[in-house]
Design a protein around this ligand. Sequence first.
Ligand code: ATP
Length: 252
Amino acid sequence: MSTETDSPQAVQVADLSVDLGGRLVLRGIDLQVRQGEVLAVLGTNGSGKSTLIKTVVGLLPAARGEVRLFGTPVPRFRQWRRVGYVPQRITAAGGVPATVYEVVSSGLLSKRRFFAPLGADGKQAIEHALEVVDMADRRKDAVAELSGGQQQRVLIARALVSDPELLVLDEPTAGVDLASQQIFADAIRERVERGTTVVMVSHDLGPMDALIDRSVVMRRGRIVYDGPPHASQTHAHVHHSHTTEDSGWLSS
Ligand SMILES: Nc1ncnc2c1ncn2[C@@H]1O[C@H](COP(=O)(O)OP(=O)(O)OP(=O)(O)O)[C@@H](O)[C@H]1O
């Protein structure tokens, strides 16, 4: 039985339930993302999108069911250089005196031995990632001194720098201006053309819209739609139109 050889599925989620603070936040999620696919995860605030994403990248444990990455169950998965993750918001920016360059180069850490000097390839990858998000001239600045949108661009560069096979993005362009969203969408398109798999949570896909192959819509911890993106957006908008959560989220 070769269940852990490279799978044509980048992500396999089977009967996944996740418990946070004694509450079932995800219930019975089944989801497969094949290699090269671009999947959008949509749904109202609190529907469980971030929880799903965090469980997929191993930051939260499953209460029931299983997540596999490239065929390997996440608790045993070690090839994290194959996965790039952009969290919803920067964490610990306040106390960490890291520069833009340092944060972006940390995206290569799992690819090289700790403390080994960066090779020419690594330096070139960092320069390219900085240019992609238009932050090359801010490389020496402290991340904590940047605006929220600029910090997000640094996190995007960190996720892109190792050229991962799977990009897992939680609201990657929230707070990022339209011109930067376009630059980001172009960078993702270039990677998708080379076969990169993308799983992306977004309220507003913006210029990324054209790249989406398939969407799922979440509601109260379950997937209520899985199919072509066009119909899903109608579905997502129906749910959104009953809430004012979007404006609250934007102003938070
Ligand atoms: N640490 C926690 N303990 C208990 N409940 C939590 C915790 N984190 C999140 N939740 C709850 O889990 C549910 C799903 O949250 P999640 O952040 O996954 O939603 P989301 O769809 O990503 O929302 P948003 O669009 O606002 O980011 C929410 O009801 C939230 O209140």
